[in-house]
Design a protein around this ligand. Sequence first.
Ligand SMILES: [Zn+2]
Length: 276
Amino acid sequence: MAKPLGIVTRYRTHLEHFDVAFWEAKDVGGARRPPVPGTIPMVSFFGDNRVAGQHPDWVQQGPGGERGARPTRYFDWDTLCPSRPEVAALALRWAEAALSGAGALRLDDVTFARRGYCTCSACQEGAAAAGLPLEAWRQRVLSNFVAAVRERAGARPLYLTLYPDPYPGHLARERGLDLQELAPLVDAFVVPLYDLTYSTTYWLEVLASGFRDLLGPHPWWAELYALGVPTPALTKAALVAGTYADGLLLAYGAKLPELQSVAAAVQKHFGESASP
Ligand SMILES: [Zn+2]
């Protein structure tokens, strides 16, 4: 069965050569880029170093008051708490701006940071007022956010990025993502399964098949890291992931002929794509 193959790119010259192209409209650093017609904007919603720097009290808090920000171990960017009304309002403005003139939208970093996050005052007070445990509260907050974006998107396709952890219950308990609630709101999930070399692929198969089991018939795309990865290894990784995913994305690859070579191998293996 054909697999659509797209790219995540910052190169305008690559856009026309693939089924779909995702464009970073706002990244975790807080940098915003003007929209590019024909691309799907990606917006980092609850990761933003710039906003966190201006509003330190909006940052997610973990157990013992640990801050979900770069100075803390294992944090590569600063998180924002979706329970904060100011953050939620800002995120919806970003969604509206990205949807303006776009045919689709990808929601990135719609998540709580990790196990035990967030325990800030907004989360505590929100959960208490709703009569919910914190875990259920976090799931409600993120489901409500995605539902509000869906309202604004109308029938336009929505993609939602998931942390690559298909272990049963983890996305709900540790990230605030209730897949049962979210699946009807989005057209496809996107799961980044990144490696710098793909010199082995057994783990890729474990994760990809895990997501297939977890999501059932709901569409999902595997996103592979392409920058500097040898083409034979990237091709093999694409064929492994494509066995379980409904679509494939190659992210940040710089060399167009190499990306096209992977796309050709995917087409040969799975059949011609039905998309343009
Ligand atoms: Zn919070």
